[in-house]
Each structure stands twice: as C-alpha cells, then as structure tokens.
Design a binder for this molecule. Structure first.
Ligand code: PHE
Ligand code: FE
Length: 288
C-alpha cells in the first residue's frame, strides 16, 4: 500500500507523470482510465496466453473451487480480457464491477473502490523478460489472481468490508496491521476443502512457482488462521512466503473480521510484531 504523500512523490518523479510504472496522465478523480483494449499488441495477447497456460496447468487440485469454476466461466485463455465484458458477468453474479487503473493507486482510492464493490485492475502487462516475476502488479496478477474469487458471494462481501475497514484504518493508524491481514488472506491465503488444502490467495494463484511451494514445500509452514496472529506477522515481499494461514471457509474469514478493529489496533500496536518465519509457542502446523 502507498500512502497518498508517497504516492504523489513517486508519480511526480518524472514530469510526464510516469514515475510509477504505468501512465497516470489520463486518470479521473478516482484514478480510473479507459482500458484501451484495442491498443494491446498481438505479442501482448500471446504473452497473456503463455502466462494463462502455465497457470491453468497448475490449477486443478490446487486452487479452490470458486477459482476453478470462475475460470471456466470467464473464458480468458485466448488473450487479455475486455474488462467491460467481465464486469457485466460480475455485476450479475455478485454486484461487483471492474475498473481500469494505470497501476498502483493511493490507499484511500483503493479502499473507496473496494467499499463500493469496484475492483481496480491494472491495464499494463509485464514484459516477456518478467514472465516469472514482477514487482508491481500487472493485469495478469490483478485479473487472473483476483477477479475469479469475486464470483463467490461471501468472499465478495468480505472484500467490500475490507475496503470499508481500510477507510476506517486510515483515520486511526491501523494500516500496517490491516495490510498484513490483506497479505496473508487475499494475496497469500490457503483454504481447507474436502479434498485437502487449496489456494485462494491471488499472489499465489498468479505465480508459477508459489502454487506448489505454498501447498507442499517443507520450507514453509501452514497454520490455522488467527486474526490477531496475522495482524502481528511481518511478511516478505521479495520471496515466497514462509508462513501461510489457512481458513476453513470464506464464512470464517467474513465472521472473524467482522468485529470493530479499532480497539484491536490499539491493543496490538503495543505488542511487538512477529517474524515471518517462526512458529509461536503452542502453535502446531497443518499437515500438507
Ligand atoms: N471489521 C473491520 C473494522 O472494523 C473491517 C474489516 C472487515 C477489515 C473485513 C478487514 C476485513 O475495521
Ligand atoms: Fe494483488
């Protein structure tokens, strides 16, 4: 997450408004732009197809059910999708829509979109050299990783609540803790299913290597979701995660985050954060 001051400093780095990756010259007040689908090149659609095909092979038996069902429904394997077409499906299914953005947006703007059931999707696609790894999220991560989950009504409601919670957290200095929750659920969450552990986190689902790592690597630990534990746990942004938190179902995620976080921010900010790579006393791991 970027606070608004950092954000403007970064964008302003270049006078043409392209300091962050992405073109911010045509944004509206909510940082929304046209997708300009016609401007994608055949090479870009081909790169999307390669990214899609790699992930699609890894998905069966590893991604959660709603992800698999939504991919089926979305038919986005042939090239970079039209956001407007997906928005129409989504609006009908859960009342969400997609908005096109140039890249990262300020926290306040991001939360306002979510609180209004709009999911911001970056318009640019990574370069071929970045096939395996990118730093800033691109259209493949944002769309492939996040959008399929929005077809689940409980998850969809949860993400809206998260957006409202973000607007609240901005006023009380709770952002670091709320960001950890986002990281370990929306981006890197695992979920139980009758067939075993599955992935629902977008950061894992859009990664070539982390899908398998997250579910089976002995170098990572998987522990039951616990709100306070998650809100105190630091995370790595430049390597696979070392700790994953597992929910039983999306209802659990919704219910356990429904309480008022303000007293929790106060309580937890007095405690030291926990390392990204260690079990706490009394914790046991979930067998993978
Ligand atoms: N319940 C949280 C609050 O009061 C908001 C929230 C909901 C945060 C869902 C994250 C996820 O601030
Ligand atoms: Fe993401």
């Amino acid at each position: 997450p970027l606070d608004t001051a950092d954000f403007f400093a970064t964008v302003a780095e270049k006078s043409d408004g392209t300091g962050l990756r992405g073109d911010y010259r045509k944004i509206d007040a909510q940082y929304v732009v046209e997708q300009e689908w016609d401007a994608y090149t055949p090479q870009q659609h081909a790169l999307w197809r390669r990214l899609y095909q790699r992930q699609a092979k890894l998905i069966p038996g590893r991604a959660c059910d709603v992800f698999i069902d939504s991919l089926e429904r979305l038919q986005i394997g042939e090239g970079i999708p039209h956001f407007a077409q997906t928005s129409a499906l989504l609006l009908n299914a859960t009342g969400w829509q997609l908005v096109a953005v140039p890249g990262l947006v300020p926290d306040q703007v991001f939360f306002e979109h979510l609180a209004n059931r709009r999911f911001p999707v970056t318009v640019w696609l990574r370069e071929p050299e970045e096939f395996d790894y990118i730093v800033e999220p691109d259209v493949f991560h944002d769309f492939f990783g996040h959008v399929p989950l929005l077809f689940n009504p409980v998850f969809a409601d949860h993400l809206q609540e998260y957006g409202k919670g973000g607007l609240k957290a901005l006023k009380v200095d709770g952002l670091a803790m709320l960001a950890r929750l986002y990281w370990y659920t929306i981006e890197f969450g695992l979920i139980q299913s009758p067939g075993g552990l599955r992935v629902y986190g977008a950061g894992i689902l859009s990664s070539g290597g982390e899908i398998e790592h997250s579910l089976t690597s002995p170098a990572a630990r998987r522990i039951p979701f616990n709100l306070e534990r998650v809100m105190r746990t630091l995370y790595k942004i430049d390597s696979y995660q070392e700790t994953y938190f597992v929910i039983n179902d999306f209802e659990q995620l919704f219910e356990e985050t429904a309480l008022d976080f303000i007293p929790l921010y106060q309580k937890l900010s007095a405690l030291p954060p926990l390392p990204a790579n260690a079990l706490q006393e009394g914790e046991s791991v979930i067998a993978s």
